[in-house]
Design a binder for this molecule. Structure first.
Ligand SMILES: Cc1cc2nc3c(=O)[nH]c(=O)nc-3n(C[C@H](O)[C@H](O)[C@H](O)COP(=O)(O)OP(=O)(O)OC[C@H]3O[C@@H](n4cnc5c(N)ncnc54)[C@H](O)[C@@H]3O)c2cc1C
Length: 441
């Protein structure tokens, strides 16, 4: 029987080390490569963003354009759809007698439910989810998903010596598409590339960036510089490409090991691996806790004390609070779609502890803005900082003045991003005017 595959590029916009693409190319005679693009505005949910920031949308578009170019070189092309997964699939399945559907391992309870519904709805089709965006296969882990250690340190000790499987080879050729290239919806982006952009989406830019990062020797000093606030060099900046699957963690590790063999192996190079393990931990955490990663009381059922202050929330988003370091970070995020790890910790701590806001609104705002948005890392880190997640210490409150003295002693970062122009007064309304709003999802 003629086998026709549908490959949904869900979080893996690359050709290299793409086990899903490799498997699909080996199993079917014809193949449709599909990516879903969020429409300009989606139906707003209580905490879900109604729209994506311009930097995030631009990065995504650039990634898809690059993927299409790379598929073209292998005799394929990308089909894009702005419809829901159910509508997109049903149309393609009805038109093309699809026999197989492939996607990369899904992280997220909502997407998992969608996938399960599709499997139920189309019992005659073979559905395959392929592990593709992690360091370890689940069969390599010394614990079942439900037994994931409750702290990162315990997790790290159990996994850090596991041999990571080599990156998968790129397919030499792909089965042809039953959809002519000329009849598909255009993916040409209406975003102009600007010299001011820190990042450009796509596998090609990812490869270039990784090569430059290691060639410039930056890995040797990562541990000392990683808490910087501004610029491209203090940390790896791999996250936007990792989060969109333009780059895989195994590809990063391959380059890191090459660097350790050929140039230098030290505490800094180990620390890059250490941070990739944090990423891995939050992926497993999302698997274990499912929808509880979005729950107000987190994984332990401890409800934080909080209230609803719309003005404070708005001021935080705009970088207009009485805290200059927070304002500078938020303006950097709004302008570039990126914020340093240190910055994220400070703005989240401010959100929870100084502004007394419901952490889910902060996480949701970052989901909208960050070009490296990753469900597991974002919501997992927010839970951690809000004291409802995987932090054995309960919660983290940062002293913003002290942190400013340490990380921006000359005030250059604050000046550059005009963080000192915030409103010195936090509330202009009496807080009793606002209802308590801390309902559990
Ligand atoms: C409130 C908050 C929200 C966050 N949201 C996201 C998010 O949506 N997407 C995201 O990728 N990271 C998120 N992080 C983690 C971290 O801030 C970013 O991964 C990091 O700043 C990306 O820059 P980099 O690639 O230069 O990181 P580097 O410091 O160079 O680290 C290398 C890689 O390790 C991983 N990593 C590093 N720190 C963490 C961490 N704390 N948790 C998980 N993985 C980590 C990333 O994949 C990163 O690319 C969040 C952190 C906080 C505190």
């Amino acid at each position: 029987m003629h086998q026709i595959g549908l490959l949904w590029f869900n979080n893996d916009f690359r050709i290299g080390d793409n086990a899903t693409l490799l498997r699909a190319s080996e199993e079917v005679d014809q193949l449709i490569c599909l990516a879903l693009i969020p429409s300009e505005t989606t139906a707003p949910d209580k905490f879900k963003p109604a729209t994506l920031s311009t930097p995030r949308r631009k990065f995504l578009n650039q990634s898809l354009e690059d993927l299409d170019r790379n598929l073209n070189a292998l005799g394929q092309h990308l089909v894009v759809s702005q419809h829901s997964i159910e509508d997109s699939f049903s149309k393609l399945i009805a038109q093309h007698n699809i026999t197989h559907v492939f996607c990369s391992q899904i992280n997220g309870s909502y997407e998992t439910n969608q996938w399960q519904n599709l499997i139920k709805h189309y019992p005659m089709i073979n559905f395959h989810q392929v592990a593709n965006n992690r360091l370890f296969e689940s069969s390599q882990l010394p614990f079942a998903t439900a037994e994931l250690p409750n702290s990162f340190s315990k997790f790290r000790r159990q996994v850090e010596d596991i041999q990571v499987i080599n990156a998968a080879p790129s397919p030499k050729k792909l089965p042809a598409s039953p959809i002519p290239k000329s009849s598909r919806q255009s993916i040409k982006s209406h975003f102009k590339t600007s010299n001011r952009d820190l990042f450009k989406g796509g596998e090609s830019s990812a490869r270039q960036h990784v090569t430059d990062y290691f060639q410039r020797g930056l890995a040797s000093t990562y541990k000392e510089t990683r808490n910087g606030l501004d610029g491209m060099d203090y940390s790896t900046k791999f996250s936007p490409w990792l989060a969109n699957g333009c780059l895989s963690p195994r590809q990063v590790l391959t380059e890191l090991h090459r660097y350790e063999r050929q140039v230098e192996r030290n505490e800094s190079t180990y620390w890059i691996y250490f941070e990739l393990l944090w990423r891995e931990y939050f992926k497993c955490y999302a698997d274990k806790y499912g929808h509880r990663i979005f729950a107000f009381s987190g994984i332990n059922g401890r409800r934080p004390t909080t209230s609803f202050y719309p003005q404070r929330f708005q001021k935080w988003c705009q970088g207009n609070t009485p805290y200059p370091i927070v304002n500078a970070c938020m303006k950097q995020l709004n302008s570039t779609g990126y914020m340093s790890n240190r910055g994220r910790q400070l703005v989240a701590s401010c959100f929870v502890h100084e502004l007394d806001l419901d952490w889910r609104y902060g996480a949701s705002y970052m989901e909208q803005q960050l070009i490296d948005y990753d469900m597991a890392s974002n919501w997992g880190n927010w839970q951690y900082l809000a004291g409802v997640g995987a932090d054995p210490r309960g919660h983290r409150r940062f002293d913003l003045d002290k942190q400013t003295q340490i990380y921006d002693p000359k005030g250059q970062f604050i000046k550059r991003w005009q963080g000192d122009r915030g409103d010195p007064v936090l509330d202009t309304n009496d807080i009793v005017d606002w209802p308590i709003a801390n309902a559990e999802t």
